[in-house]
Structure formats: C-alpha cells, structure tokens
Design a binder for this molecule. Structure first.
Ligand code: GLN
Ligand code: ZN
Length: 758
C-alpha cells in the first residue's frame, strides 16, 4: 500500500506557544522542569494531530528547543570551547549560550538554511572532540511510541550536509572529520536499530547543490558504512528544495529509500526518473505537496504526477509526502477570521497540507468515486480565486506587459546625471547620510498601539509622527548630516507598511513562521495583481522636507525585497509579480518627485535571498531583479537622485548586478564583511555613487572617530573619492537615541577629517 508521510512539522504551535515558552524560560519566568514539560506537551500535541489526520509515517526528532542543526552539533558534543562545557549531558544554559551568546561568550554565527528564511546555527568544529552526548532521535522515538503508540520516523541531519554547513576546519581535514562523525552516526543508528526503529529520515539537502567528485565519494562512503553497520534499518535518504544533482549516484547508494522534491525540483527530478528510471528495490519518497508555499494544491495535477511516477515505481513503494519540512509554513488556516472566504479557501497551511497528503495517498492506494469527487472539489477554490477581480486587474497587466519588454533606462547615463545632480545639489566631498529609520522609542511604539486601538485618532497620530520628524530633522541638521531622512516612525515593518497600502496583498492574523530561534515572522500574502491605490509615503516625506533646507530622501522598499519577504501567488511567475510591484512603486516614486522630493531611496536588502540554488538559474533571476528595480526608478528626471540600500548578505559575487541597477547612489553594509567587500572592489571597478557602511548598527557600542576614519581610508584606496558617501551600515530603528546621536557625531567628525585629507 502507498503510505503517507511528512518531513517535519512546525514547532511553533498554532498560537506560537513554543515561542512563548522559550521566551518565558529565558526571562526566568518558567522553571526548567516546567519548561521541559511544556515543550513535551506541545510536541506530543503535534504528533497527535498528525496521527489524527491519518499520516502513516510520522516524523519524530523534527522538534527542537531552538534549531535542529544546533541540536545535531550539541548531540555530537560539538560545543565551542568558549562555552566552558566539560562533558556529560549538555545543560540548557550551554545550549542557549551557543545560540544566543552569554555575557562572556559570543553566540555562534547564524545563517540562512539554503534558500529559505529559516536560519540555523553554524556548527564550529575547531577544537571539538565529538562524542555522542545523548541519542535525541531515540528519545523522540520512544516518546511517540510510549505516549501515542506511534511508530515514529526519526529525522536526522545527514553527515555530508552537516559537515558542509559546519565551519572551523580546513578543507584538507574534511575526511578526518567525516570519519569522526561517522563513528557517532553509526552508534546513533545502531541504537535506533536495536530499539526496533523501522524508518530513519536522513536529510541531505546538500545533494541539490553541485557536488565535487570527492563529495560523491564521501557520499558513497557514508551510506556504505551505514549499510554495513546497521543492515536492518531502513534509511530514507531525503533531499529537498531543488532537484538533485548526481541522480544516478544517489539512487545507486545502498539505502532503502530516496526522497525527492517534486515541487521545487519538479522538472529536474522527473526528467531524471524518466531518463534513468528508479531502482526496483527502493522506496521513492515523492515530495509532491509544497512544504514552503501556502496554497492549496491542484490535487488532480498532483495525482497525475503520482500516476506518472507509478510507471517507474510500484505504488506500494511510493510514499506520498511533503516536498520539505512543513517548518516553513504557518500551522493552520482554521483560526483566520479576517481573510475573505475566497482567499481563505484557497490556502493550505501545515494542517491542511496533511489532509491533502492523506487524500492523495488514498487516491493512489484505494481509489473510489468519493475520493475522485473530493479531488475535483479541491480545485474549486483555486478556480474561484483565479477568476476573482483581484487576479484580473487588466490595467496593471497591460501596463506591466508593455513596460517590461525593454530594459528600462534613465533619460541619461550616470556620468551625465552625476554632473547634473552635482550642479543642482552642490553636495560636499563625501556626503553624509543615514539609511532611513531612526530609533523607534517606547514612545513611538506606544503611540502606534494607541492609534491601532482607536485611542488616538488619525490626526492625533499624524501630529505625533510630525513631532518625531521635527525632533530628528533638527538633530540631523545639528549633527551636520548632508542628506536627511524623515525617520520612518510611521512604519513597523518595511514590507508590511507598503503591503497594507497596495492592492493585491492580504494579511493573516496567525500566519507565523519560525525565522530563527524563537523569532517568527508573519509574511504578507501577495494573492492578486498588485496595484497602486494612492500615495503611501508622500505626506511624511513632504512634511520633513518642508522643515529643512537640506535634501530629504524619500524612502521606499524595493520590489524584490517586498516579494522575497512575502508569500506569493503561484499562478504567475515571480518575475511578473516583481514587475507589478515595480510598476506600483514607480507610481510612488513619481508622486514623491512631483511633491518636490529630489532624492529617493529604494531599499533592496533582500535581493540575494531570492537567488536560485541552481547556479544556471541565477543569472536570469538577477537580470529580472535588476530590471524590476529599474522599472521602479527609471522615469525620474536626471537631477532626481535615486538611492538604494543593501545589507545582510555577501555582495562580492554580485557587484555587476548591483552596478546594473543603475542607482545614482548605493549604501551598502560592510562592517561584517569589510575586508572581503573592499577586496572585491579591487577586482571590479564600481563607477556609481557608493557609501560603504562605516559602522555596525547591530551593536549599541558607539564607534570611535578613529575606527570610522580607518574604514573610510581603506575604502578610499579602491573607490573613487568623488563618488564616495559616508553612512552607517543599516537603519537605526533598533538603537537608542543617545548612542545613535553619539555615533553619528563621530561619523561626521570622521568625515571632516577625511575631507581635509583628500
Ligand atoms: N530604510 C530601512 C531602514 O532604515 C532599511 C532597512 C533594511 O535595510 N533592512 O530601516
Ligand atoms: Zn539594511
């Protein structure tokens, strides 16, 4: 019989109970024993839900107290020396110390899990002497069995993926490290086997990236070792987020099952199966329900795909499952009371996806008229949404179609614009500016809450915002900054703010997803054609400009960032969504210009996040991302200065694309990877205005004039002084007023020194 499974279930709980428990524990409001009990309750509740829905093979050990990569490192005793750990079971203080830092030791680095918005803690191998501190998957397996009679499927991170995501070792030591890890993995799997575990899901998402020949050899070694050491255990070698490279090598491994992603790796993986078939002695984990998207699936299309797969694999050797862990989607649409039924009916979060998986499994294993009817019915909400007005804004569609045929161009090339802009603005050498937001004090947050509750009316709230703008315009003038900002006091979030004002967006009440640790995000949903419905930022910007002689930059979030930080519709290409957003933003850019704003910044911090995992798809993505930016900014007058800002990521291999955006000025975060970025400007010339962040805004520390001077001088060795700007790394929203003013004063002092020296 065909079986159903999922690769992992969200940890956070329908009401973010998990997050609340973690934070209560950290704040000392929950005793450790109660905390463990609370998390166990949540964990068991999640298992019970999957059991009740009828999932056959339920994952265990997908739960975590913070992050599953951290769990794996800690389980193997890979704990950085600075956390004073001396053997035995690892206390929570050490575990959370690694994740969050302690007063004596900095936290381990955190980074994005492949191309998702989930962040994992990077294991540090240097100095570690790995041992198995506890068999966490085994404990999870027992718990599910004892409490619910569930024959769970322990989920573990595979050795190759774990090793490749770790740092703190030299490439030449890779095999030595692998040997050390393999001993522990073997022990772990043997213990599972003797407990009677049937299936283990070994996650190797690294297999969707390009592997070297050495890595393929390592892969063979790993799974041959397991086959010899634990012959009775069924290993589901699980991949996701894309199609696998090296399909033939992978399906030849001595494992009992191979899990493939038939959503995000659909064309590559089906192509491989069609060309090479699938080994008759293995089970196929068919990941056909999207673990990352929020939409109901077209079940008929999925069933057709499953039927095609049965040409290569007998149905009893197919497990119908999610494409990846459901960690990346919200828990349930059940409690969403504010969405239109048209939209709500078309959504499937984790719990609704469980139903889809079970239905498809039944359709494959015991088809019936009733099941067929259900499958047909599932199509209806999707069709209804498809026909809704929201998805048929023909004016937008036409405009976008005609705008996007060509590469949008400014009226004149940069060199000429630069001259015209200099003549107009008369900026000094090394103009100073900031990135947009100023500290959102308790007072600002309070006023916003009162306004949301209706206790402040619109006029009172607008007056409050104007007061904040006044304060900061004066401060910026007094500090001596050249290009001012209004401070973004009216915004909580740089995407939500625009989403609320544009058509085509919806906001859930409970659609939270874990981003890192206890931190969750609630992405907006772009469900329809995006349309500009009226000015979004003009009022505050115009007000700020009326209070000063110096230029005030308008401040917008760019199309790609809005898209990458939202859940998006799937009936049209991401490229088209980006162009629609760009077209809407263009109207705001034009409105700002009309209102007399002569400098406009369009932030694109999230460009890199959308970069496809497959190298051969990256250039195309970057090309349309650049085009979207240009659509939003190209229609302004030559003297209107377009700024952009980028942060959070590595830029060194993207400089050409950044240059192609053709922004008059870019401000870019550098303090966390300064050396590297400077180095890449040695190799690539950059010939537009550029400001490299001269201090890290993530810390409350006030950097000295000397520190900033040396950052400036290093940058000036590779960048043209006539095009160089001086600014902090990112927005100052999370900082306090006092440290912000002190840091900016030092920044302006460092600028004066630089002006004297050049
Ligand atoms: N303008 C935004 C701000 O200053 C930019 C934020 C960001 O880059 N993440 O807050
Ligand atoms: Zn930033």
């Amino acid at each position: 019989m065909t079986k159903s499974s999922v690769l992992g279930y969200p940890r956070i709980g329908a009401d973010r109970e998990w997050k609340k428990a973690l934070e209560a524990f950290w704040a000392g409001k929950l005793e450790e024993t109660e905390f463990h009990a609370r998390l166990q309750e949540i964990r068991i509740d999640h298992l019970r839900k999957q059991q009740a829905k009828g999932i056959d093979i339920i994952p265990v050990n997908d739960f975590s107290y913070y992050d599953h990569i951290l769990d794996t490192a800690v389980m193997f005793g890979i704990i950085p020396k600075r956390f004073a750990y001396d053997g035995g079971s690892v206390p929570l203080s050490v575990y959370y110390g690694i994740a969050r830092g302690t007063k004596d030791a900095a936290a381990s680095e955190m980074t994005k899990w492949f191309n998702t918005n989930y962040h994992y803690i990077v294991p540090e191998l240097d100095g570690a002497s790995p041992t198995l501190t506890e068999n966490k998957p085994l404990l999870a397996y027992r718990e599910a069995k004892e409490n619910l009679g569930i024959e769970g499927k322990p989920v573990i991170v595979g050795p190759l993926t774990f090793l490749k995501l770790s740092k703190g070792y030299d490439k030449s030591e890779t095999d030595a490290w692998l040997d050390r890890l393999l001993l522990l993995y073997t022990q772990l799997l043997q213990e599972l086997a003797s407990e009677g575990v049937q299936w283990v899901q070994v996650d190797e998402p690294i297999l969707v990236t390009k592997l070297s020949d050495e890595d393929v050899q390592r892969l063979n070694k790993i799974y041959e070792t397991f086959a010899v050491a634990v012959p009775g255990l069924n290993i589901m070698l699980q991949t996701y987020f894309e199609s696998v490279e090296n399909y033939n090598d992978i399906v030849a491994l001595p494992v009992q099952g191979v899990g493939l992603d038939f959503v995000h790796g659909l064309s590559g993986n089906t192509q491989s199966i069609r060309t090479s078939g699938f080994p008759a002695d293995k089970v196929l984990g068919a990941g056909i329900i999207d673990g990352r998207g929020i939409w109901k699936a077209s079940l008929q299309t999925k069933l057709n795909l499953l039927n095609e797969l049965t040409e290569f694999v007998t149905p009893k050797r197919i497990i119908v499952q999610s494409s990846c862990s459901l960690l990346h989607v919200p828990v349930t649409t059940d409690r969403e009371a504010k969405l239109t039924s048209e939209l709500k009916n078309a959504l499937a979060f984790a719990d609704e996806k469980l139903d889809e998986i079970v239905l498809l499994t039944t359709a494959l294993s015991s088809p019936s008229a009733e099941i067929t009817a259900k499958i047909d019915e599932a199509e209806l909400p999707l069709l209804a949404l498809q026909q809704s007005e929201d998805r048929n804004r023909t004016a937008v569609q036409k405009a976008v179609a005609s705008i996007s045929v060509q590469q949008p161009e400014r009226s004149r090339p940069f060199a000429e614009r630069h001259e015209a802009q200099q003549a107009k603005w008369q900026l000094p050498l090394f103009p100073t500016t900031t990135i947009g937001s100023f500290p959102q004090s308790a007072e600002v947050r309070k006023a916003r809450q009162l306004w949301r509750k209706g206790e402040l009316n619109n006029e009172q709230y607008a007056a409050f915002i104007r007061e904040q703008i006044d304060i900061w315009i004066k401060l910026q003038e007094e500090i001596g900054i050249d290009v001012l900002v209004h401070g973004e006091f009216e915004r909580t979030d740089m995407v939500e703010f625009f989403g609320e004002k544009l058509a085509g967006f919806a906001f859930t009440q409970f659609g939270w997803v874990q981003s890192y640790g206890s931190r969750c995000v609630k992405p907006p949903i772009i469900f329809g054609d995006v349309a500009f419905t009226g000015e979004m930022t003009v009022e505050e910007t115009k007000y700020a400009q009326s209070q000063t002689e110096r230029p005030v930059k308008g401040m917008l979030t760019g199309p790609i960032t809005i898209m990458n930080w939202s859940f998006v519709r799937e009936d049209i290409a991401r490229e088209q969504i980006a162009y629609q957003l760009a077209y809407a933003l263009r109207q705001e850019v034009e409105a700002l210009e009309q209102a007399g704003i002569g400098m406009i910044q369009v932030d694109e911090p999230a460009v890199r996040e959308g970069l496809p995992l497959k190298e051969n798809e990256q250039a195309d993505y970057l090309a349309w991302a650049v085009k979207a930016f240009r659509i939003s900014t190209c229609t302004v007058h030559e003297t209107t200065q377009i700024h952009t800002h980028m942060c959070y990521c590595e830029f060194h291999d993207m400089i050409d694309s950044i240059e192609a955006m053709d922004a008059d000025v870019i401000s870019i975060e550098t303090s966390r990877s300064h050396g590297e970025l400077i180095h890449s400007f040695e190799e690539n010339t950059y010939e537009l205005g550029i400001g490299l962040g001269v201090y890290d805004i993530h810390s409350p520390r006030v950097p000295s004039v000397d520190e900033m001077s040396s950052m400036i001088e290093r940058a000036l060795r590779v960048l043209d002084p006539k095009l160089f700007w001086i600014n902090p790394d990112c927005g100052l929203k999370t900082r306090g007023q006092e440290e912000t003013v002190a840091s900016l004063r030092n920044m302006v002092d460092a600028t004066r020194i630089a002006r004297n020296n050049h």
